[in-house]
Design a protein around this ligand. Structure first.
Ligand SMILES: N[C@@H](CCC(=O)N[C@@H](CS)C(=O)NCC(=O)O)C(=O)O
Length: 242
């Protein structure tokens, strides 16, 4: 029996020389960069909901961006953005909710109001978390503190290994960042974020079993090189935390 994962064939990456795909022709398009963690959030959600045939990926080369993207598609000129029903929607966390409520497929949020409230809290924390990690990597603040926060959060519900027990959009919001920060922190600070954090260790293990996420993982060495390169500066691939 075949058990291997069939990798989706990713369409060619579009750059400044590429023609613009027809806008608002009824096709739903997710504009991404293959190495952007924010875009990866929307990409995982699209996969998890089984929307591969309904939502077409449009990967862009951010370092040689097509002018039409800013001019005609999405003036903020960032990825991800989604072309759907005659409009363009951006901001990865908003997109997670939009994808969940506007399309079929497994729900990305449980019904339990207590879990939904906690989801909002954790989504709000994503920026603080990222800023804490970057500041600690660049300086002398406690490297472990942001991960202690996650370890505590992961202890709140015991009906599964994920933030809300079962897999949800909260896990998707954190996954691309932990994927990068785990090896980066090991490399830069010789600090293993999983040591002494059994919940976070189990979370990473279980996350890595989710095919929708596996499909979006790129070459880790490349991602780490990008991050190390840009640790000191504002970059398209790292949030501009100082
Ligand atoms: N807050 C945005 C951030 C998106 C973002 O910064 N994406 C980066 C790539 S990882 C980007 O498009 N940067 C291009 C630019 O800032 O010009 C979101 O969550 O979607």
């Amino acid at each position: 029996m075949a058990t291997g994962i069939v990798q989706e064939v990713i369409p060619p990456v579009l750059d400044s020389t590429s023609d613009q795909p027809p806008l608002f022709d009824g096709t739903t398009r997710l504009y991404i960069s293959l190495i952007c963690p924010y875009a990866q959030r929307a990409w995982i959600a699209r996969n998890y909901k089984g929307l591969q045939d309904k939502i077409k990926l449009v990967p862009l080369d951010l370092s040689n961006r097509p002018a039409w993207y800013k001019e005609k598609v999405y003036p903020p000129n960032k990825v991800p953005s989604l072309e759907h029903n005659g409009k363009i929607i951006g901001e990865s966390l908003d997109l997670l909710k939009y994808l969940d409520s506007s399309f079929e497929g497994p729900s990305l949020l449980p019904d339990d109001p207590a879990k939904r409230e906690f989801a909002e809290e954790l989504l709000l924390y994503t920026d603080t978390f990222g800023r804490g990690v970057i500041v600690s990597l660049k300086g002398d603040t406690d490297v472990g503190a942001p991960y202690d926060h996650l370890e505590t959060a992961l202890s709140k519900f015991d009906d599964g290994p994920f933030f809300l027990g079962q897999f949800s959009l909260v896990d998707i919001a954190y996954a691309p960042f932990i994927e990068r920060y785990h090896p980066l922190t090991l490399d830069v600070k010789k600090y293993d974020i999983t040591a002494g954090r059994p919940k976070l260790t189990a979370w990473i293990e279980e996350l890595n079993k989710i095919e929708a996420y596996q499909q979006t993982k790129r070459d880790l060495a490349e991602l780490i090189a990008i991050q190390k390169n840009h640790l000191g500066v504002v970059t398209p691939y790292l949030p501009s935390f100082h």
